[in-house]
Ligand binder design. Structure first.
Ligand code: ADP
Length: 640
């Protein structure tokens, strides 16, 4: 039966589909809401993170600024600077004019006469005498150092290199805060000359390095000229130091000097851009608050703090500040940039937090997976349940249709033999058949038609028993050859009269089988009757019994119309009849093979069909050979 969508089917589909669609819709909505929520959560997290970073940064720079103003952190924070605001300009400590030292008259005169001797008269010996007098007349370390420097220089010009050298050594020992009017430590000049001397001896290089070390230690307290000079001296030292160890020291010093030079440049840049920075800060500043303005590019950005009560500006290197903030685990890398990203607010204008783009899709995939999984499960179970229900319903419907067909076929099957019996009986009764052989023929027909009726009724009754679960089999050892012979003789006459040729082939020794003789014979009769019914033009039927592998096989073969391949698997179903005009034109109930299959299964056997449309069919029954034990069991009634 072919299924066509009917009203109930459509209703059923709607009943199944509507909740599924609803469920899917609800889940999608839920997912969308989840996503929205997650995004909101994410944005909140970011905002919180930005606030944290802002507070952290501000508290850090505020603390550093306080320390710097109170004077204790200057050396701990070499990258910081502090400067005063004077009007609209920025004044670094080095910009303060140095107080003019009271110059002792003897010292000044000695220096002047020395210079006259050295530069105008080129009387170096006189100059040496004058400068030596100046050294003696010096009343401050600065004066002494200046005089020593002059003395050393003129000694060199005079060719008295040894004395010049020892004068430089003396000068190199002057402390780093003894500076000239350019605020350059005077010891640096000595270091420079020691390095430049023609044969650089190891002790001179060490002395020069020591000078550089102490000078550079003053860090941001040095003024740019001192820093630039230190850088030059360090570079010269690197060039002239050939041995590994002094060279390494020289390189470290040069690095230190370079860094300081960078800072100095930055500080000068801050100084020249200061009016603009100040304007920017003033636009934001609220009374006493300090505004932190970023200055400089990317890595070299400084945070310049302006405002507050004191007219003081402090600067810190942003990179170092950011590096000291612990990065929050959830958001991975956080970068403080001056352009894009989440702004850090008014107190830190121009600063922003840039988030790692990989963090933006921070969904909760697990929850979503669970939701989708559950949805799939529910929809899957519903659809599977619906499918199973639908399949069962279809099967039931098909069975109901088959039952209806069965009733009509049984009635038809009953009517045919009954009509024949009645017709021949009436003919005999009226004495119309004069000849004996005609009468015999009629009587024979009556007998065989009644046999056919009996077979049909037996089938129906057996089927009813099977359906009700009341069919029992009494298995006993019996000879399959006997059963086959008995079935052949029952059908023999009918077959012969219809022109069939029945061939029987049997192995000589066939083992016994454990069987319900009557049931097995009925199964064979059904197969033989089918072979006859579906014979078409064929008139040959073969019965064969053979054994092997502890099995007995009984074959019933015909050369009739055959069974199409597609139908072969279904012919054992109850009421099933082959869906083909040639088969349908032959009356039948669709019960015969169902019964055969049932009987064989009850005998622990197997039935197979081999057939080709138009070529004939062979049914093979396989039964297990009975063993001696089976026979004993039967004796004691165990198998009955
Ligand atoms: P029916 O009463 O219709 O013969 P069966 O259960 O005996 O019912 O057989 C089922 C179907 O199998 C038949 O309708 C027929 O089409 C097919 N069939 C059975 N035996 C043969 C055969 N020997 N040759 C061809 N078709 C057969």
């Amino acid at each position: 039966m072919i299924f066509r969508p009917s009203r109930p089917a459509l209703l059923f589909l709607a009943a199944l589909g509507a909740p599924c669609v609803l469920l899917i819709g609800l889940t999608l909505r839920l997912l969308a809401q989840e996503r929205e929520l997650a995004e909101k959560r994410h944005a909140d997290d970011r905002r919180r993170l930005v606030t944290d970073i802002r507070q952290d940064l501000i508290s850090r720079v505020t603390r550093l600024r306080m320390d710097l103003l109170e004077g204790h952190a200057a050396s701990a924070s070499p990258i910081a600077f502090v400067a005063r605001i004077e009007g609209d300009t920025l004044a670094f400590p080095w910009d303060a004019r140095s107080a003019v030292a009271d110059e002792a008259p003897g010292f000044v005169d000695a220096i002047r006469s020395g210079e006259r001797g050295e530069f105008i008269q080129r009387a170096y010996a006189d100059a040496v005498a004058s400068y030596t007098a100046a050294v003696r007349a010096a009343s401050t370390p600065v004066q002494r150092a200046i005089a020593t420097l002059h003395l050393a220089r003129v000694l060199e010009k005079d060719g008295r290199t040894d004395r010049a050298h020892s004068a430089y050594i003396t000068l190199s020992r002057t402390p780093a805060d003894v500076v000239d009017d350019q605020k350059v430590p005077l010891a640096l000049y000595a270091a420079r000359s020691l390095i430049d001397s023609q044969q650089l001896i190891a002790s001179d290089a060490t002395a020069a390095a020591a000078v550089l070390g102490t000078v550079l230690q003053r860090g941001s307290a040095l003024n740019p000229s001192a820093i630039y000079m230190s850088r030059d001296v360090a570079a010269a030292l690197v060039q002239r130091a050939t041995d590994a160890s002094p060279r390494a020291t020289a390189m470290a010093l040069r690095h230190q000097a370079d860094t300081l030079a960078d800072y100095a440049e930055q500080m000068l840049a801050v100084q020249s851009a200061f009016p603009a920075i100040l304007a920017r800060a003033r636009a934001r500043s609220a009374k006493d608050d300090v505004v932190w303005v970023p200055f400089g590019q990317s890595d070299a950005t400084w945070l310049v703090g302006i405002g507050g009560r004191e007219p003081v500006v402090t600067g810190f290197r942003l990179r170092t500040l950011v590096d000291s903030i612990p990065t929050t685990k959830r958001h991975g890398s956080v970068v403080v940039a001056s352009s894009d990203g989440e702004p850090l607010g008014d107190a830190l204008p121009g600063l922003a937090v840039r988030f790692n783009p990989a963090d933006t899709l921070d969904q909760e995939p697990l929850q979503r997976g669970v939701l989708v999984g559950m949805l799939l499960l529910v929809v899957g179970v519903t659809l599977a349940g619906g499918y199973l229900f639908w399949r069962d319903t279809r099967r039931e419907m098909r069975l109901a249709a088959m039952r209806a067909q069965f009733v009509s076929s049984v009635s038809h099957e009953l009517r045919t033999p009954l009509t024949a019996i009645r017709m021949f009986a009436e003919t005999l009764l009226l004495g119309r058949a004069a000849r004996k052989d005609t009468r015999d023929d009629y009587l024979q027909t009556i007998v065989s038609e009644s046999e056919r009726l009996t077979r049909l009724l037996d089938n129906v009754l057996d089927f009813a028993k099977i359906e009700a679960g009341r069919k029992t089999y009494h298995l006993r050892p019996c000879s399959p050859a006997d059963v086959v012979r008995s079935a052949a003789s029952t059908m023999g006459d009918l077959l012969a009269r219809n022109g069939f040729q029945l061939e029987i082939a049997m192995d000589e020794e066939v083992p016994l089988v454990l069987a319900d003789r009557d049931a097995l014979e009925q199964a064979l009769l059904n197969l033989l009757s089918n072979a006859m019914k579906y014979s078409g033009r064929g008139r040959k039927i073969q019965l064969a019994v053979h054994s092997g592998n502890a099995q007995v096989a009984i074959d019933v073969a015909d050369d009739g119309i055959g069974i199409p391949h597609a139908e072969q698997s279904r012919i054992f179903e109850k009421f099933y009849r082959v869906n083909d005009p040639e088969h349908a034109s032959i009356p039948g109930t669709g019960l015969g093979l169902t019964l055969v299959a049932h009987v064989i299964a009850a005998h622990h056997g197997d039935i197979r069909v081999q057939s080709e449309a138009g070529r004939g069919t062979t049914f093979s029954i396989m039964l297990p050979a009975a063993s001696a034990d089976d026979a004993v069991a039967v004796e004691t009634g165990a198998l009955a």
